[in-house]
Design a protein around this ligand. Structure first.
Ligand code: NAP
Length: 277
């Protein structure tokens, strides 16, 4: 595993386990398998409805709490009740502290929620606080009008949506770039068949998924691929034993289409998601 040092000095693994759309027994089993396979960063959210299962898997793993880096998220309908819902997350996860809590979306009363997270961080029940799905202008505004700078912004990032410009804004403010949907949520299987990816997979004797993940971790971007299959869980973490060259990284950067799958208004799934809140 490789690590990134956050602006507050905490070390965060560059690869973790995502748990979106993973609930019930599948979630418990896959989180357990991930921990046994060496994952130490687990990404969950109140909105995923799986914090209890994540907590059970952590307990069953027997791993020391201080070896894990647990991330959860408060969602915007709860922003006015942030303190209460964070305490509920702690209880569901079976832990006395969470390493990182994010504001899930830049909607609703996000400044009130952020100030509550700042306060909770002072009490020690949260070690670090961050944001998700914030556009650069929203992030900069939040930074200028509050005390604590977010340690990460978790944003959709994959081969076809690399966020190269956003990355520069994040670097300028010392906010780490955390990539969600690094494998394009599996909808975008053409990423796996992209000729440059196939060529590199052959050269390094790795899989397309491993090339896609390494492309980001080598740039200091944290990735959190999700899978419910043991062989893929193991495959995804086994992506640190090779290095792409500078030219190969440049070639992959040229494949960026700047096309998010999630969170764009013309995406019908997102419109339905937003309308249902
Ligand atoms: P993802 O990790 O890009 O893709 C997951 C999909 O890829 C699943 O269908 C999985 O299938 C498949 N897959 C995983 N490893 C594979 C491999 N080695 N080969 C082929 N297929 C593979 O998408 P995601 O789950 O949406 O994103 C990752 C995590 O980011 C989430 O789980 C969540 O924790 C976080 N996230 C955050 C937000 C936010 O708003 N902050 C939004 C979305 C996601 P199987 O499970 O069937 O193996």
């Amino acid at each position: 595993m490789e690590y990134i040092t956050l602006h507050n000095g905490m070390q965060m693994p560059l690869l973790g386990f995502g748990t979106f759309q993973n609930t019930g027994e599948d979630c418990e089993k896959s989180v357990y398998t991930a921990i046994q396979s060496g994952y130490r960063l687990i990404d969950t959210a109140q909105a995923y409805g799986n914090e209890k299962q994540v907590g059970k898997a952590i307990k069953a793993s027997g791993i020391e709490r201080n070896e894990l880096f647990i991330v959860t998220k408060v969602n915007f309908p709860s922003y006015d009740d942030t303190e209460q819902v964070v305490l509920e997350s702690l209880e569901k996860l079976g832990t006395s502290y969470v390493d990182l809590v994010l504001l899930h979306w830049p909607f609703g009363n996000r400044y009130a929620a952020w100030r509550t997270l700042e306060k909770l961080q002072e009490t020690g029940s949260i070690k670090a606080i961050g944001i998700s799905n914030f556009e650069p202008d929203q992030m900069i505004d939040l930074i200028h009008f509050n005390k604590v700078i977010p340690v990460v912004n978790q944003i959709e990032t994959n081969l076809y949506c690399q966020r190269q410009q956003e990355h520069q804004w994040l670097q300028k403010y010392g906010v780490a770039h955390m990539a969600y949907a690094p494998l394009g949520q599996g909808h975008r299987n053409e990423m796996f068949a992209q000729p440059e990816i196939v060529k590199l997979a052959k050269k390094y004797e790795k899989t397309a998924a491993q090339i896609l993940l390494r492309f980001f971790t080598q740039q200091g971007i944290i990735v959190i691929p999700k899978s419910i299959h043991e062989e893929r869980i193991k495959e995804n973490i086994d992506s640190f034993d090779f290095k792409l060259t500078i030219d190969e990284i440049a070639a992959l950067r040229n494949l960026d289409k700047n096309e998010p799958l999630i969170g764009k208004s013309e995406n019908p799934e997102f419109v339905e998601f937003a309308m249902n809140w």
